[in-house]
Design a protein around this ligand. Structure first.
Ligand code: UDX
Length: 442
């Protein structure tokens, strides 16, 4: 048997993920795909959110000292955390890779880094290595960011309240309220964070997207770059990997789903980062209870800031729903979405969840929280027409109405039908001759 970390035909690829769940998953999936194609894989990972190497026997791990202020890392917002990592990790990565390259018979084929970890570009440059970027968001999101300079020059920022519902002139079908952000310190920092400038120095950009969803966006965005694009999504469908969850999955919900009628359950999850207030938790709870539909609800510990887990749920709620509701801390989401009992997904619409829902033919209730989620939600509802948006303040009657609209109305049936058609297109794009397949074998 091949030893862990042993070079396979001298072809070593170094992967640099951004250490958050929604970014780790697609990078590890890409690693699995490349491993199956004969490369050996080294994951250069920050100490922060370091995965358990025992779960990935085919990969080697290179811990990168991130020098994060351990005592208050929890208090940092994501943008500050990413900024710290970009500031702190360049030297340790450079040193670690230099050591690897000094070993005899060791040749690094390339570095593939998450677009947010742009310090890797400088390291690749210093070591004269090929660099490739993995973009883990939708193409539409990057197009939106790339128009910020123009919107700024046209005097739209700071954005006036009355414009929020208006269409953005250069970004159909987005309204101003769908922009990934309207609140940024400076255009420079925004461009740095989204890596729009540095990306142009890489050798290629890999997208976890596909033509059947974003063909025109890919073509439009490609025009701004000299480097080739490869859209090879949905990565998770190509990679039969073991789960890359940082949180333990509670598989008891699959047994619960097995007992439910086909196409009856709404799955509710707001991903790995989004949070809510105690009032929103209560409105969600009573909205789901009053919908009379069975539901599987992922409530992460600390979903409501400071909560242990579900102690803040309304007192009578559990009694009111009984066996009709199942609540877990973290679910095996892909398995859940593929389960015959699941008919709808109430999602925050971050990119992995959106891709997974479409790929499994499950229509969505969209409740975006921040960033790219707002762009994705707009596309789900207005371009692909496979979901409905739950807008405005979260309120129980609205929740109940949305759940019943998706699950038991003619309109919901139509969305289901459209999602199944889109799922079939995704499947075709992965088959020999399909767009994602072709990009992958190029
Ligand atoms: C984050 C940002 O919120 C988002 O805007 C950006 O696009 C990616 O990073 P996240 O909240 O982690 O997204 O959601 P998502 O992109 O959907 O990724 C979460 C991953 O965790 C998915 O692959 C999903 O299948 C998995 N998951 C989620 C589980 O396995 N179990 C769960 O209970 C919830």
């Amino acid at each position: 048997m091949e030893k862990k970390g042993e070079q396979r035909h001298g072809r070593l690829v170094v992967l640099v993920p951004c250490p958050f769940q929604g970014h780790i998953s697609p990078m590890f999936e890409l690693g699995t795909i490349l491993y199956c194609r004969g490369f050996s894989i080294t994951i250069a990972h920050t100490k922060f959110n370091f995965p358990n190497p025992a779960n990935y026997p085919n990969f080697s791990f290179l811990p990168i000292a991130d020098h994060l202020p351990e005592h208050d890392v929890a208090s940092l917002d994501i943008v500050s955390l990413i900024s710290y990592l970009n500031g702190n990790c360049e030297a340790p990565l450079l040193e670690s890779l230099s050591q690897i390259m000094e070993k005899p018979h060791t040749k690094i084929t390339c570095i593939i880094y998450d677009t947010l970890m742009h310090y890797s570009e400088a390291v690749a440059n210093r070591l004269k290595l090929t660099s490739i970027i993995l973009r883990t968001s939708s193409v539409a999101t990057l197009i939106a960011y790339s128009k910020f300079t123009q919107l700024q020059q046209e005097g739209y920022f700071p954005l006036k309240e009355h414009l929020l519902q208006e269409m953005v002139p250069v970004l159909y079908p987005l309204r101003f309220k769908d922009l990934p952000t309207i609140d940024f310190a400076s255009l420079e920092s925004l461009m740095e964070l989204t890596n729009i400038i540095i990306a142009k120095r890489s050798s290629a950009i890999i997208w976890n997207s596909m033509d059947c969803l974003e063909e025109s966006e890919l073509a439009q965005h490609q025009q701004q770059y000299q480097v080739p694009f490869f859209s090879i999504g949905p990565l998770y469908k190509f990679a039969t990997a073991s789960s890359s969850s940082i949180i333990a999955e509670d598989t008891c919900c699959i047994t619960w789903l097995d007992r439910k009628t086909p196409n009856s359950v709404i799955y509710v999850s707001l991903g790995s980062l989004a949070s809510m207030t105690e009032k929103e938790l209560a409105e969600m709870a009573w909205g789901l209870a009053n919908s009379k539909q069975p539901f599987l609800w992922v409530i992460r510990p600390n979903s409501v800031c400071g909560s242990e887990w579900i102690e803040l749920l309304p007192k009578d709620f559990k009694e009111a729903v009984g066996e009709r509701g199942c609540i877990v801390k973290w679910a095996p989401q892909k398995e859940v979405l593929a389960h015959p009992a699941v008919e709808g997904f109430w999602s925050h619409c971050s990119w992995n969840s959106t891709l997974e829902s479409i790929s499994e033919g499950v229509p969505m209730i969209c409740r975006p929280c921040f960033g790219d989620q707002k762009v994705n939600a707009r596309y789900v509802c207005h371009v692909w027409k496979v979901g409905l948006e739950l807008e405005n303040e979260l309120e129980r009657e609205e929740v109940t109405r949305a759940v019943r609209r998706l699950m038991v109305s003619a309109e919901g049936m139509e969305m289901r039908q459209k999602t199944i058609e889109l799922k079939e297109k995704v499947e075709s794009s992965m088959k020999n001759g399909g767009s994602s397949y072709n990009s992958l074998v190029k």
